[in-house]
Ligand binder design. Sequence first.
Ligand code: AMP
Length: 214
Amino acid sequence: MKIIMLGAPGAGKGTQAKKIADQFQIPHISTGDIFRANIKEGTELGRKAKEYMDQGLLVPDSLTLELIMDRFQNPDCANGYVLDGFPRTIPQAEALTEALKEQGESIDFAIDVEVPDENIISRMSGRRACLACGATYHIVHIPTKKEGVCDRCGEGLVLREDDKPETVKKRLDVYHEQTQPLIDYYAGQKKLVRVDGTQEMEEVFQAIVKILGA
Ligand code: AMP
């Protein structure tokens, strides 16, 4: 099963992607997480990506494609994957379609998690992330047992630089301009399915499970 999660930053696609990955026993691949891991490790890729990420801009396609194509080589991708945050531009989507076509394959579903911009801005300011293990929480919707501390690994939580309100507004502009065209792209390929992302997290997940026929 090869699934792409579409939707604005903060639509909840990361949370849903992790649940799908658990349900189908396939890897959850988040380009944002891979970039953040590189930033933490101080790699050259991380240094370059950070310049863009901190401004709410997309990392250039060339860097992103190199990273994701390399990730696909990992044996854990043999039975598919759920992509979270990739593709984010038409050239990235075309590169993915081409790479899969060379293997006689294609994606199964592109799931658009739909949430209006107003909801996104209020949601994201409540988001908290653990930079140590990648877990994400929300002060209202997904609270931790102990405030400010990761349930999974015990490290302190932060409001990511790119979740700050001014950066969120920029990311939404970038999303509408560069990523929203992917909705038409996958609709054209008859791969697009839409779910109402304003519902409770579990309801969104059940809607997705129904679509995927699990
Ligand atoms: P995310 O955690 O998916 O919201 O990604 C955080 C940031 O990483 C984005 O705002 C971009 O700067 C960068 N990023 C993640 N995935 C991509 C991608 N596929 N193409 C370009 N930039 C990306």
